[in-house]
Write a protein that binds this ligand. Structure first.
Ligand code: FES
Length: 111
């Protein structure tokens, strides 16, 4: 059994308030968001058609995919106006450093 550990993602100043940034951590594309409610991280690709969630509009506690306007809860990754959610990851601050603990990869079941 592996134990998830936090990894350095970026500096606090790298993500303006109300925006997101895409980074690669351990080979995975992750979108980090800084909202008025705090820091959040989700898988970077929208589960609909792979839209770049880091480029979406951050409003309240959600991000709106820039391609077709699906909304995802920043904390849970739950889709707010669709079926498929996106995987959330844990974010912590260590001074000016933003640390992310990646969630386990989601299992995809072929239809
Ligand atoms: S790719 Fe995100 S809503 Fe379509």
């Amino acid at each position: 059994m592996s134990v998830a550990t936090s990894m350095y993602a970026c500096r606090v100043d790298d993500v303006p308030l109300g925006e997101g940034r895409a980074i690669t951590l351990d080979g995975r594309r992750i979108a980090i968001f800084r909202s008025a409610a705090g820091w959040f991280a989700l898988d970077a690709a929208c589960p609909h058609r792979g839209g770049p969630l880091a480029d979406g509009i951050v409003c309240d506690n959600a991000v709106i995919c820039p391609l077709h306007d699906r909304r995802y809860d920043l904390a849970s990754g739950e889709a707010l106006n669709a079926d498929d959610g996106v995987t959330p990851h844990r974010v912590e601050l260590d001074g000016e450093r933003v640390l992310v603990t990646l969630a386990a990869r989601a299992e995809r079941v072929a239809a």
